[in-house]
Design a protein around this ligand. Structure first.
Ligand code: GTR
Length: 324
């Protein structure tokens, strides 16, 4: 009898373990960057907090290194719910969520501190609301520093040096028009194709921040980095809205809080990575020049005229400029 009771109790324990295990929901998140990159680590950290605070009911699996595809494809996946989470740049959303045009405008943010204040404030909230119409909930904005041009032909000291060069840009019309306004040619293409396109001479260079230039190894094939810092465009960490709406209200709070804490973590990791990458690419023989920035700023007028003419966006630009 005793044995039977023990056996039954054992079965009960086993059953409750089984149900606890089967009750775990695994959420998949994509990132184009490799393991160890600040955005990958930040989302992993978010996942650890969520798992801990939901007693293991939710877990996050981060698929780094574009394992689930290039950004444009994974954006479709998270919008349709094939995956639940995604960490991407905001630029590929410029055509679908018009409010994302604002942080992508060249030389709009005066500094990274200015960008933080804006994205942590009312304009950041306005962009978050706009994402909902695309079926996404913004969990966090992460740092991506400033984007600058680099190429394999020559150092860029002024806008005149840009003439005729071919650059890969991130997939957004604003970037295409920005490059045209500088007298160069732009080809939007997926991130994963850039290295070989530079190597084989299909393009002369691209534009990005130091950590991307480093980890995607673009510094090996395009050694002239020109610190023109044209765009301080943050990353976005999004969740499929239907998946978010399905969460219990207290779990939604856990997710939001965990995401908030992952932002602080990512900002720290980012600052360290920028320094590390800059030192690494210089040691590897890349040269950094600081061009006459005012010339770049002055050339951006047509980009604003074309992309920020919409009254909603115009007002947002003014709001950004008013943030001190
Ligand atoms: C990086 C960004 C990536 C990706 C990449 C690109 O700075 O972190 O998400 O958008 O740029 O240029 O495609």
């Amino acid at each position: 009898m005793k044995i039977l009771v023990k056996f039954a109790a054992g079965l009960l324990v086993a059953a409750s373990f089984a149900s606890a295990a089967s009750a775990q929901t695994v959420l998949r998140s994509s990132d184009t960057h490799p393991d160890g990159y600040p955005t990958v680590e930040a989302v992993e950290y978010f996942g650890e907090l969520v798992k801990e605070r939901t007693a293991g009911r939710y877990a996050v699996e981060v698929y780094h290194s574009a394992q689930l595809g290039e950004e444009k494809d994974t954006i479709e996946q998270v919008r349709s719910g094939v995956i639940e989470l995604n960490r991407v740049s905001m630029a590929p959303f410029n055509g679908t969520v018009k409010e994302t045009i604002v942080p992508a405008l060249p030389y709009l943010f005066r500094s990274e501190e200015h960008m933080h204040k804006v994205m942590d404030g009312a304009v950041g909230d306005q962009i978050k609301t706009a994402f909902e119409s695309a079926g996404l909930v913004v969990l966090a904005y992460y740092d991506a520093g400033a984007r600058s041009f680099y190429n394999k032909q020559k150092p860029i000291n002024s806008v005149a040096d840009m003439k005729g060069l071919k650059f890969r840009v991130i997939q957004s019309d604003i970037f295409v028009d920005m490059v045209a306004a500088l007298g160069a040619n732009a080809t939007p293409m997926p991130y994963g194709e850039v290295y070989s396109a530079i190597e084989t001479g299909v393009i002369d260079g691209a534009e990005n921040n130091f950590p991307s230039y480093d980890t995607a190894k673009h510094f090996e094939v395009a050694k002239n980095f020109s610190l023109d810092e044209h765009t301080i465009l943050p990353e976005v960490f999004v969740m499929n809205k239907a998946a978010f709406d399905k969460l219990a209200p207290e779990d939604q709070e856990i997710f939001k809080q965990a995401a908030k804490e992952s932002v602080a973590k990512q900002r720290e990791l980012w600052a360290a990575k920028v320094k590390e990458s800059r030192a690494k690419i210089e040691a590897a023989g890349a040269t950094i020049t600081t061009p006459d920035k005012q010339g770049f700023i002055d050339a951006m007028k047509p980009v604003y005229e074309k992309h920020a003419a919409d009254p909603v966006l115009k007002k947002m630009v003014e709001d950004v400029q008013a943030v001190q």
